[in-house]
Design a protein around this ligand. Structure first.
Ligand code: NCD
Length: 337
């Protein structure tokens, strides 16, 4: 695809070479995301960071990524503080905001809303999550993380064995990741969820078409036994018509040190898009795994910044100019890892 000027709405837009291109730019940007170097390549540019649903990582990492490239960020973080509560349409909001910004990131609870918004926008729009539909940048940072974690074990994306666990019905991070995994060869996926929260049929059809081997079950222990990656997810209670129904699924599929040690191969990597629900009744990923070197959740969250930086430089057509204004940081870098 031609990234320059494109909206980034769905993983459907990407083929393997697009992902390779993005990852190569991301690799190049690591000295900047690791705060060893600074660049001003987006000096003067404005990001409209429009979040109409709760977010910590996605909102802050998009903003930080833009700042690290020298650009400025304006943001809305609640529907309640925007004119949408006064009845303004998304179309009008898009027309107005796109004249104040050079690029917009948007998260919204309705499926398809970011696409409609992009159609009225005068600048590129990146989907930061639209309801339970898609979260393409999460999938890109997840893939980048999987690739890097596998590389340390001398494994490749082709031949990947992964278990996706939790709410596969409403989880948009899982939906976008599944689409992305269809681009690789010899992939096998164990889908582990409560029966009522199974992956929707449309995704099963995509997996079948792509020749991905799948198993479906409710059994965590069996499903995680022979995989390279375990991808845990949270029960998406905000997507349930009746929130109290979400309760009965919480705590059914929880990974902790004991279950991991008893069932997994020694190098199985643990991922989660975060936030994990750490309340006692849910606790899908126990904090007793903190010391496990295969717990990649914070490396995964870190990768969100560099992947989003790479996307901004490609969409705004400055990927080959980043180094022109690059210099070492002025301050002492004392980041611990
Ligand atoms: C995910 C999301 O918002 O879809 N979080 C994120 O962006 N890292 C996953 C979730 O909320 O469960």
């Amino acid at each position: 695809m031609d990234f320059n000027g494109s909206h980034i709405l769905s993983i459907d837009q990407f083929d393997r070479s697009d992902i390779d291109q993005l990852f190569s730019v991301a690799n190049d940007l690591e000295p900047f995301s690791l705060r060893k170097k600074v660049t001003r390549v987006l000096e003067g540019a404005i990001l409209g960071n429009m979040f109409f649903e709760p977010s910590t990582r996605t909102r802050i990492s998009f903003g930080a990524a833009f700042n690290m490239l020298g650009g400025a960020v304006r943001e809305t973080s609640e529907v309640g503080s925007s004119s949408l509560v006064k009845g303004e349409s998304l179309i009008d909001t898009a027309k107005v905001l796109s004249s104040y910004s050079d690029i917009i990131v948007m998260r919204h609870p309705d499926e398809g809303s970011v696409k409609s918004f992009s159609e009225a926008s005068r600048v590129p729009v990146i989907n930061g999550g639209d309801g339970s539909n898609e979260h393409p940048t999460q999938a890109l940072l997840d893939l980048y993380t999987i690739k890097k974690e596998l590389e340390t074990q001398k494994k490749t994306m082709d031949g990947l064995r992964i278990a996706l666990v939790g709410d596969l019905k409403f989880g948009r991070a899982a939906h976008s990741l599944i689409k992305a995994l269809c681009l690789y060869k010899d992939v096998s996926i164990n889908l582990i969820s409560p029966e009522e929260l199974r992956l929707p049929d449309s995704y099963l059809t995509l997996l079948a078409k792509a020749g991905v081997k799948i198993t479906q079950s409710e059994n965590l222990e069996e499903g995680i036994a022979e995989v390279d990656i375990i991808y845990m997810t949270r029960i998406q209670e905000e997507r349930f018509k009746n929130k109290s129904h979400a309760k009965k699924y919480k705590g059914l599929l929880s990974l902790n040190n004991e279950i991991y040690t008893a069932n997994c191969e020694p190098n199985t990597v643990i991922m989660h898009p975060l936030p994990r629900d750490s309340r006692k009744e849910a606790n899908e990923l126990d904090s007793d795994l903190y010391e496990n070197p295969n717990l990649a959740i914070f490396r995964q969250a870190d990768n969100g910044v560099v992947i989003r930086m790479a996307l901004f430089t490609l969409v705004l057509g400055v990927a080959d100019q980043v180094h022109m204004t690059a210099r070492d940081v002025n301050w002492q870098t004392s980041k611990r890892h």
